[in-house]
Design a protein around this ligand. Structure first.
Ligand code: PMP
Length: 294
């Protein structure tokens, strides 16, 4: 393999990306029976590791996936993968599948998990830097509904991404899908949480609905509290977003990504308002990355 090929961590070993494989009878492949996290390293440090580790544990609890690996073990596999690839600013994906088992749906309680870490270079963005996204998002409400929590809990971050894939495939002109819950209230993007600003206050769908409790979402709410920006978590129709002063999306790789339009309606901020909460929150997010990783 070419010497510049990335190396991934598969079951305790670093292997070239092109040879990083799992078996066809692995439950992660067969059923999507796996927990994962997408993380970001800045200057070699995983941002919000404890929060990601806690969410991974919550996912494994929800799946009753007992893998027997400690947080420290998982973090050292991530660190090893970063070092082996000489990466300090990176995208990191950590997956734990229920492993290879006989071909029946009911899982065996004895689990030999498959643990995969893969990484990619991702330079730090920030306000003046190069954002990861191409530009502000065009958000489009789709008909595909977010799977209800009593079917597959949205709080569990599993390999089961068909809901989001179908939503993305439905897009006509937008580049992120807005999925609503069964009653038509905005839930989240296919891979992002959604926020809007109205008269200086911040609104976001509550996580008792079918919404992944995003780590970025949590940091943004923390920043809003520190900045004295009023916050409401609730249930909102997509129309509320179209009429908002500001709309933005959050996830680990995008950080805070502005939304330029919702369902083709341009989001126009009120220039009579001096403070732009999105600018304030983006700056504060950047400061937290700086403080916690460097
Ligand atoms: N919702 C969904 C469905 C996602 O896939 C993601 C990306 N992990 C998010 C929200 C944002 O979560 P986070 O900020 O933890 O990346």
């Amino acid at each position: 393999s070419p010497s510049n090929e990335l190396r991934y961590h598969v079951d305790g070993e670093l292997v070239p990306a092109s040879r990083a494989t799992v078996r066809v009878d692995d439950r992660g492949f067969r059923y999507g029976d796996a927990a994962f996290e997408t993380l970001r390293a800045y200057g070699g440090t995983i941002f919000e590791w404890d929060a990601h580790a806690a969410r991974l544990e919550a996912t494994c609890d929800a799946l009753e996936l007992t893998h027997g690996l400690s947080r420290a073990d998982l973090l050292s596999r991530i660190d090893e993968t970063l070092s082996a690839n000489d990466l300090s600013d990176a995208y990191v994906r950590l997956s734990i599948t229920r492993g290879v088992q006989p071909g029946k749906l009911t899982p065996d309680p004895d689990v030999d998990p498959t643990v995969v870490v893969y990484v990619g270079s991702l330079p730090r963005g920030g306000l003046e830097g190069n954002p990861v996204w191409d530009g502000p998002a065009a958000l489009e409400t789709v008909d595909t509904r977010r799977i209800p929590n009593d079917a597959v809990p949205a709080s569990a971050k599993t390999h089961n991404y068909l809901n989001g894939i179908l939503a993305r495939q439905e897009l006509e002109s937008g580049d992120e899908a807005l999925l609503c819950d069964g009653e038509g209230y905005a839930a989240e993007g296919a891979t992002s949480n959604v926020f809007f600003v109205e008269d200086g206050a911040l609104y976001t769908p509550a996580t008792d609905g079918p919404v992944l409790p995003g780590i970025t979402r949590r940091v943004v709410l923390e920043c809003a509290a520190d900045a004295g920006i009023p916050v409401e978590e609730g249930r909102y129709r997509p129309e509320r977003l179209r009429d908002a002063d500001r709309v933005f999306l959050t996830n680990t790789t995008w950080e805070l990504r502005p939304v330029a339009s919702v369902d083709g309606v341009a989001i126009e901020r009120d220039d009579r308002v001096d403070d732009d909460p999105l600018e304030t929150l983006s700056r504060m997010y950047d400061e937290r990355v700086e403080d916690r990783c460097y």
